[in-house]
Design a protein. Structure first.
Length: 175
């Protein structure tokens, strides 16, 4: 993917999100997150533009849900497929629950291996829900450095999970 193609897609994505979100910082954060996830999905088989916008849409829904939980307004149904998705989540078997717990364990291991500043920026942004600008202000570092910390942490976590997954598939003990 060329630099021009990347920035064209980034601009389209930001426009897509800005039509749905009022906060410019949220648009910036979610567009960066969507691009990072999208670029990590299919390194060998090319890039799928619809997948990028699906990722962005899902991130936006997650963002809305987090906001509703924080403000106490409760959750609302986002589209006609949400009730089906909720049913599917509630009927997942024990195997799916074990796999989810395994992924959470891997995430905890991956986070423990991060340098302190990178880990702090990632946790403040992803788990505490702060915007990247708020993380920069709290940590006393530049927004650019926060973006680098978050992107680096996400890449580290993705690689760590891929390694653990390969180890599990190969029958090797992950510890």
């Amino acid at each position: 993917m060329s630099f021009a193609e990347y920035y064209g897609l980034r601009s389209e994505l930001k426009l897509f999100l800005s039509r749905r979100l009022a906060n410019a910082a949220d648009v910036e954060d979610l567009s960066q997150e969507a691009l990072i996830r999208w670029l990590g999905t299919t390194p060998d088989s090319g890039y799928s533009r619809p997948l990028l916008f699906r990722i962005a849409r899902n991130l936006m829904y997650d963002h809305w849900r987090r906001q509703q939980v924080r403000t106490g307004t409760g959750l609302v149904r986002l589209d006609e497929y949400d009730s089906e998705a909720d049913e599917a989540l509630q009927t997942e078997g024990p195997l799916a629950m074990i796999e989810q717990q395994q992924r959470l364990s891997w995430l905890a291991e991956a986070l423990a291996a991060l340098p302190p500043k990178r880990k702090q920026a990632f946790v403040l942004h992803k788990f505490d829900g702060l915007t990247q600008a708020a993380v920069a202000q709290r940590m006393g570092i530049s927004l650019s450095m926060v973006e680098k910390h978050i992107a680096g942490a996400m890449l580290h976590c993705k690689r760590f999970a891929a390694l653990r997954s390969r180890q599990k598939a190969g029958g090797h003990d992950a510890d």
